[in-house]
Design a protein around this ligand. Structure first.
Ligand SMILES: *Cc1c(COP(=O)(O)O)cnc(C)c1O
Length: 345
C-alpha cells in the first residue's frame, strides 16, 4: 500500500528543493579542525538563539544527550529525569555504556514532573546512595505527548538545581515547537540550562544533525567527547547548511503543524472507541488510545487507506510536520472518522 499521509514521525521530513540548493552551494572546510565556515555559522546561530556562549554541531540528538551527560557526570552519578524520557527508552542504554551514570526516573504528568518530585529525588549526602548530579527535562515531551514544560516550572526546577549544586540539561529535540507554541524566546529557556540542544532533523526539516549549546567551558569538554565518540566530521558544511536553512525558514511555520495536530486531536476526541483530551495536544504530537485492545487493528485499517501512525506503549501516535499539507490532514481526518465508525459503531 502506498503511504499517502505519513504521521509516523517528524523525522520523516525531507529536505525541500530550496534547502537542497542552499546545501549544494554551502561553503565547506574541515569541520574536525574547526574550519568549516557553514558549520561555524550554524553553531553561532544556535548559540545566539539559545543565549549561550557557544554551540557544537553533532550528527544526532542522541549524541547531544550522551555528550552532555558524559560531561556532567562520572560513573555511578545519578541523573533525574521523567520515566518517559528518551534516554531511558530509545538510546540503546547509551547512558549505562558511555557515562556509566544511573537514572532516577520520576512519574510525571505527560512527561512533566513537579519541583516537589525533583526535590524528593535528590539524594542525601550518604555513601550508601548514588550522588545526584543532573536534572534533565525533555522539551517537548515525546512519550508524554508533545507537552510543553512551562517556563515558570523550569525556573523553579533550575533554582532547586542551583541550590543543590546540580547541572540542568534540556533534551530539546522539539524545543522550538515549544518556543513557538508558548511564544517563548528560546534564549529564555536557555538561561536555565547548563546544556541545551535542538534537533535539526525533526520538524525543522533538515536531513542531519543537532546543535548543542552551553558555556565555553562546557563546549570545550563536549568537543573532546565528540571526537572520542567518532562524531567529528570533515566537510560537514554540506549538511550543516540544511540546519542553517531550517533555522532561517522553518521555525515560525511550526505553528501550522500544531494547528494540524489540533485538528486530528479534535477529530479523534469525537469518535466512539478513540480517546484523547484535545487540550493536552499542545504541539505536533497526538497520542491517543483505542478501546477494547484494538489499537493494532485501527492502525492496520488506517494503513490500508495509506495513513501511517506509530504504535507506542499500547497507544497510537500521530505526528504532524512540514511535509504534511492541510489537504493531507483533511484526508487523515476523513479516514480516522470512517475507520472508527467501521470498527466501533
Ligand atoms: C528524537 C529524539 C532524540 C534523539 O534525537 P536523534 O536526532 O534522533 O538522535 C532525543 N530526545 C527526544 C525527546 C527525541 O524525540
Amino acid at each position: 500500500m502506498e503511504i499517502k499521509v505519513d504521521l509516523i514521525s517528524d523525522t520523516g521530513t525531507r529536505p525541500s528543493q530550496d534547502m537542497r540548493r542552499f546545501m549544494a552551494e554551502a561553503e565547506v572546510g574541515d569541520e574536525q579542525l574547526g574550519e568549516d565556515p557553514s558549520v561555524n555559522r550554524l553553531c553561532r546561530m544556535a548559540a545566539e538563539m539559545l543565549g549561550k556562549d557557544e554551540a557544537i554541531y553533532l550528527p544526532s540528538g542522541l549524541m547531544a544527550n550522551q555528550i552532555s551527560f558524559a560531561v556532567h557526570t562520572k560513573q555511578g552519578d545519578e541523573i533525574i529525569m521523567d520515566q518517559t524520557a528518551h534516554p531511558i527508552h530509545y538510546e540503546s542504554a547509551a547512558l549505562a555504556v558511555i557515562s556509566g551514570a544511573s537514572i532516577r526516573p520520576l512519574k510525571g504528568e505527560g512527561g512533566i514532573f513537579t519541583v516537589e518530585q525533583a526535590k524528593e529525588a535528590i539524594r542525601d549526602d550518604d555513601y550508601h546512595s548514588p550522588q545526584t548530579k543532573v536534572i534533565s527535562i525533555e522539551q517537548t515531551t515525546n512519550l508524554g505527548g508533545g507537552r510543553i514544560w512551562p517556563l515558570e516550572r523550569i525556573k523553579e526546577i533550575a533554582e532547586l538545581a542551583v541550590d543543590n549544586n546540580l547541572k540542568m540539561h534540556m533534551d530539546g529535540a522539539r524545543m522550538l515547537n515549544a518556543a513557538v507554541a508558548a511564544d517563548v524566546n528560546p534564549a529564555e529557556y536557555g538561561q536555565y540550562f547548563d546544556s541545551i540542544w535542538l534537533d535539526l532533523s525533526k520538524g525543522l526539516g533538515a536531513p542531519v544533525g543537532s546543535v548543542l549549546a552551553g558555556s565555553a567551558e562546557f563546549i570545550e569538554q563536549a568537543r573532546f567527547w565528540k571526537q572520542r565518540l567518532g562524531g567529528a566530521m570533515r566537510q560537514a558544511g554540506i549538511i550543516a547548511a540544511g540546519g542553517i536553512f531550517a533555522l532561517e525558514h522553518n521555525v515560525a511555520r511550526l505553528k501550522e503543524d500544531h494547528k494540524h495536530a489540533k485538528m486530528l486531536a479534535e477529530t479523534i476526541a469525537d469518535q466512539k472507541g478513540l480517546e484523547i483530551d484535545p487540550d493536552t495536544v499542545e504541539t505536533n504530537i497526538v497520542l491517543f488510545s483505542v478501546a477494547d485492545g484494538k489499537a493494532d487493528l485501527f492502525a492496520d485499517e488506517l494503513l490500508e487507506k495509506g495513513i501511517r501512525v506509530s504504535r507506542m506503549e499500547g497507544k497510537l501516535r500521530a505526528v504532524t510536520h512540514l511535509d504534511l499539507s492541510l489537504e493531507d490532514i483533511r484526508y487523515a481526518v476523513k479516514h480516522i472518522e470512517k475507520t472508527a465508525k467501521d470498527i466501533f459503531v
